[in-house]
Design a protein around this ligand. Sequence first.
Ligand SMILES: Cc1cc2nc3c(=O)[nH]c(=O)nc-3n(C[C@H](O)[C@H](O)[C@H](O)COP(=O)(O)OP(=O)(O)OC[C@H]3O[C@@H](n4cnc5c(N)ncnc54)[C@H](O)[C@@H]3O)c2cc1C
Length: 394
Amino acid sequence: MKSDYDIVICGGGMIGAALATLLAPQGFSIALVEAATPAEYDLSQEFDLRICALSPKSAEVMQRSGAWERLQKMRLCPYKRMRVWEVAGFGDITFKAHQVGAPELGHIVENRLVQLSLWQALGDYKNVDVICPAFPKKFTRDVKGTVIELDTGQRLSARLVVGADGAQSKVRQGFGIGVNRGQYQQACLVASVTTGLGQQDITWQRFVNTGPQAFLPMLGQHGSVVWYHQADMARALSKLSNEALSDEIMNQFPKQLGKIKVTHKATFGLQKQHAQSYCEHGVVLVGDAAHVINPLAGQGVNLGFQDVACLASVLIKADSQGQDWSSLEVLLNYQKQRKLANGIMLHSMDLFHHGFSHTSSKSKWVRNLVLACAKVPLVKRQVIKYAMGLSSST
Ligand SMILES: Cc1cc2nc3c(=O)[nH]c(=O)nc-3n(C[C@H](O)[C@H](O)[C@H](O)COP(=O)(O)OP(=O)(O)OC[C@H]3O[C@@H](n4cnc5c(N)ncnc54)[C@H](O)[C@@H]3O)c2cc1C
């Protein structure tokens, strides 16, 4: 295996792998360094716990990358409607795909299968090496770029290092890029479930005093329950046996799912984090390495896909114009397009979280008013398009 690359992408999750697939056709020599190999897919496997709602805009990136068809051959679940309401309030709204002339609002996908389909698409390119399992231990700058020492003892050199290694990014830390961060009091319990009743094509989220309760449909009578609560309560819930948690969900959640059976569960702490800068000369951050948002509206990875589409087009344009595509000047074009957009989403989720966590009658009145306003057809269409990623600039 060679050791000199144009681009070394650290982190081969959904975002790092997607970036590699978009850059590979341009002929860049790329190394994708990833700590863990995703398990192969097999139809008899149980559904993974880690899932996300992928917007049509992200699906478009997956199509360009050659991974979408591969993912469709594994499994994913389209949803056409999304209902949001508040218990004992007057705000109750259902967004429907046909209201914006779209076949669906998005797809519920298993994170591992998205990653796997992207890795399969990378198999088509001889100019991409996947180095796994491995992680970077040290970054040293030299005149040509950066030397990356891996835990395996291998030394790679690159003109551009990409940090796609998630919230605890070693690339970000290694290059001394700071973050602004905050922790929420709430955590969320995620449970894979089977349901007595079919859940068709709808995902829903309802707000109760303790936080949101959501359901995301998977194929057949499978799905995912997401329960936001005070962090200690969420942890206590995840310590219950699967049977006891199933009972608790049936008592506390809307009744439309029929008999619930929990198969897997885990709790996730909620944080917000934004890198103070997305790039330096020869270094750039994408996805959760650059920004982590409250998963309340399921937008985190979708922002990452937009980062990837934007960065790939900036690099390819600079390359075709004979510019130094690893220069700070070029990378700042990416930062300019993505940092503000991601910051707006991060703060919107923050406002949403705080607005929907207060129990005072005044806050309740305000959020019911917000939900009522969203029923106005023009506003509703804009909300749907924003959630689908169709109203952004990239
Ligand atoms: C409970 C929950 C629900 C969510 N739901 C949604 C949703 O519905 N929709 C949505 O858009 N987003 C959702 N998100 C957010 C989404 O999961 C993240 O935004 C997304 O996983 C970020 O992808 P990434 O590739 O940037 O980072 P990661 O998924 O963190 O991947 C990073 C990759 O880098 C590897 N890695 C890490 N460190 C190193 C290292 N030092 N060396 C080599 N490799 C390394 C890891 O193994 C991993 O493969 C949710 C998040 C949570 C917590």
